[in-house]
Design a protein around this ligand. Structure first.
Ligand code: SF4
Length: 573
């Protein structure tokens, strides 16, 4: 395949994206009309009454036929799909399963960790656990450690007074990947902030900036009758290699001189989720429609005619015990935080913290757009990319972000959200999009991983882009097959992507990958919404299983250790 051919085909995709953009301007008007069909669709075109087929036909671009388009795109970007054999796929083997094999090339995870055991039953993750708000730049290395030390702080406040009276110090030891790349992620300042009683979702970013700017400054921690002085030096970068239960292990210790009064070992298991030694997952309700894989989800939708949005909402209510109103309020808050982050990022120009001296780009891209001569295709891509840069740069500044699925990939969904807002997508469709995106994230968490330290960047930016593609498809009223295909397409495009942050900072390649992740989400949606949905050769479960296997076989140098790839190729001076 020549470079010229690829360019032509890719521009076809972009043309189609632009056409879709025009179509969306009429979305509000046509929404109700297209919802007609069997009348049971919660979202447009559940596929049970052929309304989805009619709708797809109506949206076929006039530039070329749908079949031509599918062949063109698939030939240009995924020729291997056309060469697939007709044999049934092997049973799914999850990352959790393969990671516990003795021949694993990375730090194997303890099979007793809840994150490993939970992969056996139905998905039980809920939105408040998934879309977490707090400081960047890393969900596993900043938000997770801060949640850990905040948890430890709360435990300390409950210790008996006579024990607290004897306390002389609190120490936090970072191990494995947390120690190897923690400096660049701001693990120490986030850990200290949590230890000082700052809740991750509420901590002002200025406080974190102050901690970083004053490494020797001492802060008071009052625990009942005792007040201790803490500094950043109490957060210790300990062994990077060892026999840990998880790649991101840390211990928190309350000391009386050299005597340990209270100690707990914690694990930051990815996406801001945390566990500790002896952790038992909290009691939850049972999902109304239990599923662990996309194919089980599909059965409810196709066989039982349950629309995807309705199914996901009712599961969320059943598992979390929250009302529909509570759930929409949470998603509206997530929307607000994301849009605020993008809007802030589009107005600030700065050199980002750390040794790379990376200049922010979002504002410059927005300004250049006003005088751009790139044509509509170039402008559309630049606009979406600038949104990804804006939120990625806010994350790098350590400001408040939402994990989606992680902090390193936190620029993708806000960029997708902002572009959907540009198209005047109704709020209720955006909420449904968030549900669909979360479902993709849940499937990847359950059957593979969301952690760069376990699976490389495919697990963060790859999953974020896949979620974004599903969000676009769901919000724009596509049927479940297109939603699933869009998610599959985006994830497939990221398989094998390594995690190699330069100098351990979530900046290079992370920020630019957020921009690409958002653009690829749109590309995946454009492909999936125009091909014949049933002709896609690879399903979502298969690609998630491939990601899990790739994660297992990926050399540990490329799993957030800063020992390979760009981290060792880029010379900083
Ligand atoms: S390279 Fe990817 S996985 Fe690694 S820190 Fe950056 S965004 Fe996360």
């Amino acid at each position: 395949m020549t470079h010229t051919n690829f360019t032509v085909k890719y521009s076809d995709v972009i043309n189609y994206y632009l056409k879709k953009t025009d179509q969306m301007k009429n979305f509000n008007d046509t929404n109700q009309k297209e919802k007609d069909g069997c009348g049971s669709c919660y979202s447009i075109g559940c596929g049970s009454c052929n309304s989805a087929v009619t709708k797809t036909d109506n949206h076929t671009p006039t530039l070329f036929t749908r079949r031509d388009f599918g062949l063109t795109v698939l030939t240009a970007s995924a020729g291997a799909l056309l060469a697939g054999c007709g044999k049934a796929a092997k049973p799914v083997e999850t990352a959790k399963a393969v990671a516990t094999r003795p021949d694993s090339t990375s730090v194997p995870m303890d099979p007793n960790l809840a994150v490993v055991k939970q992969s056996k039953g139905p998905i039980m993750t809920v939105l408040s656990e998934f879309y977490k708000m707090g400081p960047g730049p890393s969900s596993s290395h900043t938000m997770g450690p801060m949640r850990i030390t905040y948890d430890f702080f709360q435990r300390l406040t409950k210790l008996p007074e006579d024990q607290l009276k004897r306390a002389t110090a609190v120490k936090v030891h970072l191990f494995g990947s947390l120690s190897a790349t923690g400096k660049g992620h701001g693990t120490d300042r986030a850990s200290l902030a949590g230890l000082l009683g700052k809740a991750p979702a509420e901590c002002p970013p200025q406080f974190l900036d102050e901690l970083a700017a004053n490494p020797d400054k001492s802060y008071k921690l009052t625990l009942g009758p005792k007040t201790l002085d803490l500094t950043l030096k109490d957060i210790i970068f300990d062994a990077t290699k060892g026999d840990f239960h998880h790649p991101n292990t840390m211990t928190c210790v309350l000391l009386a001189g050299s005597e340990t009064l209270y100690e707990l070992e914690y694990y930051s298991v990815g996406g801001g989720f945390i566990e500790w030694k002896g952790y038992v997952a909290p009691e939850k309700g049972q999902p109304k429609y239990p599923f662990a894989h996309a194919n089980e989800l599909k059965k409810f939708i196709i066989d039982d005619h349950i629309p995807l949005g309705k199914l996901l909402l009712e599961n969320e209510m059943a598992i979390s015990g929250k009302s529909e109103k509570d759930i929409w309020e949470l998603l509206d808050q997530v929307t607000e935080v994301m849009l605020r982050g993008v809007d802030t990022g589009l107005t600030v120009e700065s050199i980002l913290p750390g040794p790379i001296k990376l200049h922010s780009k979002a504002l410059a891209m927005q300004q250049l757009l006003k005088h751009s001569t790139k044509g509509e295709a170039g402008k559309a891509i630049t606009r979406v990319a600038s949104y990804g840069f804006a939120m990625g740069e806010e994350n790098a500044r350590g400001h408040i972000i939402v994990t989606a699925p992680t902090a390193g990939s936190a620029g993708i969904i806000p960029a997708v959200l902002k572009s959907l807002r540009d198209l005047k997508t109704p709020t209720e469709k955006i909420r449904e999009g968030f549900l669909a995106a979360a479902a993709i994230g849940y499937l990847c968490k359950h059957n593979a991983t969301l952690s760069g330290a376990e699976g490389g960047c495919q697990a963060e930016v790859g999953v974020g882009s896949s979620m974004g593609a599903a969000m676009i498809a769901q919000a724009l009223g596509e049927g479940p097959k297109v939603v699933s295909n869009a998610a599959e397409s985006a994830l497939e495009a990221h398989l094998g992507m390594t995690c190699d942050p330069v100098a351990g900072y979530v900046q290079v390649p992370c920020i630019e990958r957020c921009a690409y992740g958002a653009v690829k989400a749109w590309t995946a949606y454009c492909i999936a919404s125009e091909e014949v949905p049933t002709e896609r050769r690879v399903d979502l479960d298969t690609t998630i299983a491939a990601m899990a296997l790739t994660a297992k076989e990926m050399n540990s140098k490329y799993k957030e250790t800063s020992e390979g790839g760009l981290a060792v190729s880029v010379v900083l001076c």
